[in-house]
Ligand binder design. Structure first.
Ligand SMILES: Cc1cc2nc3c(=O)[nH]c(=O)nc-3n(C[C@H](O)[C@H](O)[C@H](O)COP(=O)(O)OP(=O)(O)OC[C@H]3O[C@@H](n4cnc5c(N)ncnc54)[C@H](O)[C@@H]3O)c2cc1C
Length: 475
């Protein structure tokens, strides 16, 4: 296993459970890849960026269960939105059955006008009637989400204050650069098909702590987790893989090689003979990336009571109350202070700005949204720009995402960018890892292959949706 992000970890844990001896090599000195945390000199833990999951992310939930981390994720039923005019809206499931479970909170959602709501309701009914797959999603090369919304005559308010807010956060891309297939799928799986799919799961520990059980799961079955072990290249003779190569000419060989690195790192690791044999490698450069910026503020006093809020019409998209979420668990946190983390997805405009400019923008917006922050002193702040945070879900991108099983015997790919049908998320990464593990077992002729299905089914439809949707199967 080359790469110790979520894809490599999910694949490694699954194969270890299938009695394979897994040897995992990660270039950094910690696990978790893009979804991890590190420790500041004062002992404080900081996530590289806030990560959240949703109720519909069934494979990530399964992975956390396998590695004993499920109790480190807290799920919330209510999503709170604030606009600059001070209006507050909440989204929450009520008593009505799916797909109408959000109707109560939607009708009283103050930041949207009645015209906005009527246009949104029309589009949602369109998604429901098409069972999540409206005919125009199948257009060759895909259509953009913005085009999909225009075809359904969505109002400006509906686009800016609902569709864009939800989708830019979920998919890390602007609506005109997002394949509508992904956008519609978010609403179908999280908000319409099942009444719990939208529930937001937030880690209550620093991200790196979620992976402690992975090392144990792999090592207890005779495997190894090697940190600070960058793989430099693949040694192949023709299409026969001989080994992976490390620094100082060291080589390690295996029955199967799963490359769970990022798509932009993969191509350079492959020798010419493998590039020729596996045509999907030539398409990797067509998969573009998108940025996310995380901003961390430490105030000298509490300024926020909610665990998290979404801001409307601002650069800052989310504010997370890390002090409340971590509770007593983060050693350096003093109860009279408050640590907040802000997230800005698809943050192209911020890439050109200096850290101080980004801090000034966010501070202004936080102080407007949270009046108590106006008198509070900002004691410390930091900005983390992840330039290539995720792959960009551009129209037609699925054409370039390779399967986990390749044409080269013994060579497999895993990573959120491989063909999972999901966007670049922790759920997508775990799905890719499970699919790669299944491919390893299938192609090795392992007697246990048929017993080992790791991929989990989607949430079952609930309410009225359960009456007219077929039962789900995992694939
Ligand atoms: C700022 C930010 C915010 C995000 N927010 C969310 C969120 O809220 N919810 C969500 O679901 N997703 C979120 N994501 C996306 C999520 O983090 C990723 O989709 C997921 O973690 C990808 O996992 P992966 O294993 O595919 O890739 P990675 O995590 O990138 O793992 C690849 C691993 O391979 C290692 N590696 C690379 N080259 C080599 C080599 N030559 N030898 C050995 N090791 C190597 C890397 O060090 C890395 O550990 C966010 C991402 C970022 C960056």
């Amino acid at each position: 296993m080359i790469g110790g992000g979520l894809a490599g970890l999910a694949c490694g844990v699954a194969l270890a459970e299938a009695s394979w001896r897994v040897r995992l090599f990660e270039q950094k000195h910690f696990l978790g890849g893009r979804a991890t945390s590190y420790v500041l000199p004062n002992g404080e833990h900081v996530d590289n960026c806030q990560h959240v999951t949703l109720g519909c992310c069934t494979n990530l939930a399964d992975f956390y269960r396998r590695v004993d981390s499920a109790d480190k994720i807290k799920f919330f039923d209510e999503l709170v939105f604030l606009d600059p005019q001070g209006r507050r809206g909440t989204m929450k499931a009520g008593l009505l059955p799916a797909p109408f479970h959000m109707t109560g909170s939607f009708l009283t959602f103050a930041p949207l006008t009645m015209r906005d709501k009527l246009s949104i309701a029309r589009a949602m009914l369109d998604i429901v009637a098409a069972k999540g797959k409206t005919a125009d999603l199948a257009a060759p090369g895909g259509i953009s989400m913005l085009e999909w919304l225009r075809r359904r005559r969505q109002t400006k308010g509906a686009i800016e204050r609902l569709w864009r807010v939800v989708l830019v956060s979920a998919l890390d891309e602007e609506l005109d650069r997002t394949d509508a297939r992904y956008g519609v799928d978010v609403f179908w799986k999280a908000f319409l098909m099942n009444s719990t799919g939208y529930r937001m799961g937030v880690p209550i520990v620093p991200l790196a702590e979620l992976y402690a059980g992975c090392k144990a799961a792999i090592e207890s079955r005779g495997g190894e987790v090697n940190l600070r072990s960058p793989v430099r290249s693949l040694h192949a003779e023709g299409t026969s893989i001989k080994a992976v190569q490390f620094d100082a000419g060291r080589e390690e060989s295996a029955d199967a090689y799963v490359f769970a690195v990022t798509h932009d790192a993969l191509f350079d690791l492959m020798p010419e003979s493998i590039r020729r044999a596996e045509p999907s490698l030539a398409n990797l450069s067509k998969i573009k990336t998108a940025p996310i910026t995380g901003v961390h503020f430490w105030f000298d006093r509490p300024v926020m009571d909610e665990p998290f809020v979404t801001l409307l019409d601002t650069n800052t998209q989310w504010i997370f109350n890390k002090t409340m979420l971590y509770g007593e668990q983060n050693g350096a946190t003093n109860n009279s202070e408050q640590y907040l983390q802000m997230v800005i997805s698809a943050s192209y405009d911020l890439l050109k700005k200096s850290r101080q400019e980004i801090i000034d923008i966010c501070l202004r917006e936080v102080r407007q949204a949270l009046p108590r922050a106006q008198a509070a002193q900002l004691m410390k702040s930091t900005v983390i720009k992840e330039v290539a945070a995720t792959f960009s879900p551009q129209p037609g991108v699925d054409r370039w995402r390779p399967q986990q099983e390749t044409r080269v015997p013994g060579l497999f790919f895993a990573g959120d960018w491989t063909a999972t049908g999901w966007p670049a998320t922790m759920e997508g990464a775990v799905r890719s890892g499970y699919l790669a593990a299944e491919a390893v077992l299938r192609t090795s002729g392992s007697v246990s292959a048929s017993e080992h299905q790791f991929l989990q089914p989607d949430l079952p439809p609930t309410g009225l949706m359960s009456m007219f949707l077929p039962k789900q199967n995992p694939k």
